[in-house]
Ligand binder design. Structure first.
Ligand code: 13P
Length: 247
């Protein structure tokens, strides 16, 4: 059976001191974890966290990558730079990037390509807004977002991780019910099956107010292969409870 993945997305939180405290608590508490664990950290802390997670079983992740390979793109971080710090995962197309930084489906697809070319697994985020859900457009939206990535990445598509993050559930305390989430995950799985014979090995994570209380139920759904956890990943006890609920 494939191992589930629990990835923390710290977003724009942390400090040298806070990161060390958090990671020490995680390492001390996850000795019996059976799932895969990763933390996606702000770029300035990649070097620090690379050192703190070495040999612990926690994988290093980034939150974004440039669509460009190198050159005059002030403020951008390339996939090769992420790789320099042994970054294993990189979020692409998080809804906060799409919403606040104007990232289109095509840009997200190119970012996934850059990550894969550098040997980094992109965690491709898809999800509908509340307005889109209420208009009955959830399937159409997530399929359009994933289709762009499939189109650009061809046969490498089985190497990605997908994260379904309904925008209305992010940081709101509202969660998709396990059944609602499973329904969308099944749609995404079917779309992957049409693109690759390896669709079963692609991890599809759920994100959006996953917490210590709801993780077990969400993670027991057939097509939910892990979680992308925001707020709760900053609280060691809560994150460890989610890790313990995964397998
Ligand atoms: P919350 O878990 O805080 O809702 O955030 C989810 C998320 O955006 C993870 O990428």
């Amino acid at each position: 059976m494939k191992k589930q993945l629990i990835a923390g997305n710290w977003k724009m939180n942390g400090s040298s001191v806070a990161n060390e405290t958090l990671l020490k608590a995680l390492v001390a508490g996850m000795a019996s974890a059976t799932c895969q664990v990763a933390v996606c950290v702000p770029a300035p802390y990649l070097a620090q966290v690379q050192g703190l997670v070495a040999g612990t079983g926690i994988e290093l992740g980034a939150q974004d990558v440039s669509q460009h390979e190198a050159g005059a793109f002030t403020g951008e971080v390339s996939a090769a730079m992420l790789r320099d710090f042994a970054t294993r995962y990189c979020l692409v197309g998080h809804s906060e990037r799409r919403q606040y930084h104007g990232e289109t489906d095509v840009v997200v697809a190119v970012k996934a390509l850059r990550a894969l070319a550098a040997g980094i697994t992109p965690i491709v985020c898809v999800g509908e807004t509340l307005e889109e859900r209420e208009a009955g457009r959830t399937e159409e939206v997530v399929k359009r977002q994933l289709a762009a990535v499939i189109h650009a990445n061809g046969h490498c598509i089985s190497e990605i991780v997908v994260a379904y993050e309904p925008v209305w559930a992010i940081g709101t305390g509202k969660t998709a019910s396990p059944e609602e989430a499973q329904q969308v995950h099944a749609v995404l799985r079917a779309q992957l099956r049409a693109a690759t014979a390896q669709a079963e090995r692609v991890l599809i994570l759920y994100g959006g107010s996953m917490n210590a209380a709801n993780a077990a139920q969400l993670l027991s759904q057939q097509d939910i292969d892990g979680g992308l956890v925001g707020g709760a990943s900053l609280k060691p006890t809560d994150f460890l409870t989610i890790i313990a609920a995964a397998n």
